[in-house]
Design a protein around this ligand. Structure first.
Ligand code: HEM
Length: 190
């Protein structure tokens, strides 16, 4: 009897296999759709990657400046306004010479043009430490990394600098160096 039932069952599974598979697939697709819908609700609640990037650049306390291949400023964030004193409206469209002390311009442009051609910079990871000029003609000490921005074809569109004002540290170090030199210059007391 049991054997007979088993045989009937096997036959019925084989014969109704089509509808069963159909319903199994239907159920699986429905679950997938529901999960996607949940994901959509969760993702939709959260700002997009693009919005996040823009907000972080706009509001970062570091200065973020982007110059095109000719070195014309195309992006100047709030951090750059606070650090250099020029507003974005004043800086965008101008040469970045406005913040480079005259003495350093030749070396800067020589390096800049070379990097625009080669597509390789030394300062992706290490920092470039240089003096800079503010709108009110103060001299500050800055350190920055360079981010080369390339198009989908690999052509360099320009360079961004992520800049920190290290004037306070620089002046502390200078005072310490002067003090050390003074102490080393003194005859030793026994
Ligand atoms: C604000 C004052 C600045 C000064 C005094 C300055 C000065 C210099 C100097 C001396 C170099 C040559 C470094 C070397 O040969 O190792 C250089 C290179 C360079 N600078 Fe500037 N710079 C300034 C701002 C900027 C800014 C705002 C950017 C980008 C937006 C920038 C982009 C570059 C690039 C891409 C190079 C070539 C780096 C390499 O050789 O890999 N600079 N700069």
């Amino acid at each position: 009897m049991v054997d007979a039932l088993r045989t009937v069952f096997r036959i019925s599974v084989r014969t109704v296999g089509g509808p069963q598979i159909f319903f199994a697939r239907f159920f699986r697709d429905a679950v997938k759709l529901y999960l996607r819908f949940l994901l959509y609700l969760v993702m939709d609640d959260f700002p997009s990657h693009q919005w996040l990037c823009q907000t972080i650049v706009d509001q970062a306390p570091v200065a973020i400046i982007f110059g095109d291949r000719q070195g014309i400023v195309r992006l100047w964030n709030a951090g750059a306004e606070a650090m250099f004193g020029w507003t974005a409206a004043e800086a965008v469209g101008k040469s970045m010479d406005m913040i480079i002390p005259e003495k350093h311009r030749a070396r800067h442009w020589e390096g800049y043009d070379r990097v625009m051609e080669s597509g390789v910079t030394k300062y992706g990871r290490s920092v470039l430490a240089v003096p800079a000029l503010t709108k009110d003609a103060r001299r500050i000490s800055i350190e920055f990394n360079v981010v080369l921005v390339k198009d989908d074809g690999g052509r360099v569109l320009g360079a961004a600098a992520i800049i920190q004002d290290v004037t306070a540290r620089w002046e502390r170090d200078k005072a310490l160096r002067a003090r050390l030199a003074e102490l080393e210059g003194k005859p030793k007391q026994i």
